[in-house]
Design a binder for this molecule. Structure first.
Ligand SMILES: C[S@@+](CC[C@H](N)C(=O)[O-])C[C@H]1O[C@@H](n2cnc3c(N)ncnc32)[C@H](O)[C@@H]1O
Length: 401
């Protein structure tokens, strides 16, 4: 079977590495999506283990279409009856088109839905389907007239690990935080500090990586009710994840933020993720950052000046509360040059440290006062951000110990 995992643009290489680490065969990498093949168990393992994918989708088929007739016939020709049970509650949950003749998502959705019904009629002699069983969200992407039709096996997006019950005004996505950490040379035996930790996403993801806690081990997935991925496959994937975790591993991870309410939220989130015991959280201005360690890592997501409406600040995640008191104002945006300048001075005092920060503030390097050794473009949804990478020397072996 072929699967595809969408990811943030710019994270394809790290996702590919993750899939290879799971022993899965990557067949294709495109902007914002990575394809792999495997048995149905692979879908369960990918959902449970992947830190940087947004979803795991079973690819039903790919074909070219420039007219709605071609779209209809192409979708109808796919083997829906092999995957969907007769009572399946199938629906097109997402349709999008990029640089293609067919561009109306609602029409693409409607035609696809009709074609699936026609395909199901081939096998089952019914005209109306009860749709009383498990939900099968169908996703359809048309990129340069090439159609990819898939069934989502994840349900809620994989960045929703389940631990983030409280959030800051501008939280980084869990998948992006994990990817950034995985793009640095940080390992669990090294110190990691996030001086702008907000609701704790970077320290929590680092602790989960360090303890080898699979991000999906405690959540549910749409594919758990699909007949082709059996309950024992999901149980196997979770058992494998539990057997690999090192929940007692102690690490030096620190998270600071100027806002004490957000720091309290970070503690709650870390407790929900089961990693509070290995993270030191404290309310502190970045300008007061210091460390007695000679070598270490700063991995952080400083303020970047996005103006957030109160709605975005408070409520895009169902059931989560916002710990943010304020939204970023023009006054805050004006403070960015001084803040980044101070960051450059404060980080610079930590001789031998390596630092990595992700931001969409376009004058970041200029204000920071030092050109990054490397930078990487990553899209956080529609927002273009850069990960700026500054490398310190490697510690001598005995210091590392
Ligand atoms: C972009 S947010 C970080 C979001 C975080 N990565 C998360 O997932 O929640 C920037 C954070 O910097 C904090 N902040 C702003 N100025 C600060 C300062 N001078 N020192 C420390 N934290 C500061 C804000 O309170 C905010 O939580």
């Amino acid at each position: 079977m072929m699967y595809l995992c969408p990811c943030h643009f710019g994270l394809e290489a790290v996702l590919k590495r993750e899939l290879a680490g799971l022993g899965l065969t990557v067949t294709r990498v495109e902007d914002g999506r990575v394809f792999f093949e495997g048995e149905p168990l692979a879908a369960a393992r990918a959902n449970v283990f992947l830190r940087t994918a947004e979803r795991v989708q079973l690819v039903m088929g790919e074909f070219d279409a420039t007219t709605f007739d071609e779209l209809f016939e192409g979708v109808k020709a796919l083997a829906w009856d092999e995957i969907l049970p007769v009572d399946a509650n199938f629906f097109v949950s997402k349709a999008y088109s990029v640089k293609s003749k067919l561009f109306s998502p609602s029409d693409i959705q409607r035609i696809t839905g009709k074609a699936v019904v026609e395909a199901m009629k081939r096998k089952h002699r019914l005209t109306i389907f009860p749709k009383s069983g498990a939900s099968f969200p169908i996703r359809i992407a048309i990129i340069k007239d090439r159609v990819t039709v898939s069934i989502d096996t994840s349900g809620e997006s994989l960045h929703k690990r389940g631990y983030r019950r409280m959030r800051s005004a501008a939280p980084i996505s869990e998948t992006l935080a994990a990817a950034i950490i995985m793009l640095t040379p940080w390992r669990e035996d090294r110190i990691l500090v996030d001086p702008f930790c907000g609701c704790g996403t970077i320290p929590i993801e680092a602790a989960m990586i360090g303890r080898n806690i699979a991000p999906g081990v405690s959540r549910s997935f749409a594919g758990e009710s699909y007949p082709f991925i059996t309950a024992s496959m999901w149980a196997n994937a979770r058992e494998e994840a539990k057997s690999l975790a090192v929940p007692d591993r102690k690490m030096s991870i620190e998270g600071y933020d100027i806002d004490s309410e957000i720091v309290a939220a970070a503690r709650q989130n870390a407790a929900a993720a089961g990693v509070l015991d290995t993270i030191h959280f404290q309310a502190r201005d970045m300008r007061a950052l210091s460390s007695s360690h000679q070598y270490g890592f700063i991995i952080t997501n400083p303020p970047y000046g996005e103006r957030l409406s109160p709605t975005t600040a408070g409520s895009d995640i169902k059931g989560t509360k916002s710990a943010a008191k304020t939204v970023m104002s023009d006054a805050d945006i004006k403070e960015l040059p001084a803040l980044y300048k101070d960051m450059g001075e404060v980080f610079g005092k930590l001789k031998n440290w390596s630092y990595f920060f992700v931001t969409s503030y376009d004058k970041a390097q200029e204000s920071f006062g030092r050109k990054a050794d490397k930078n990487r473009k990553i899209y956080n949804g529609m927002i273009k951000t850069y990960l700026y990478e500054y490398y310190g020397p490697k510690p001598p072996k005995r210091d590392k110990a």
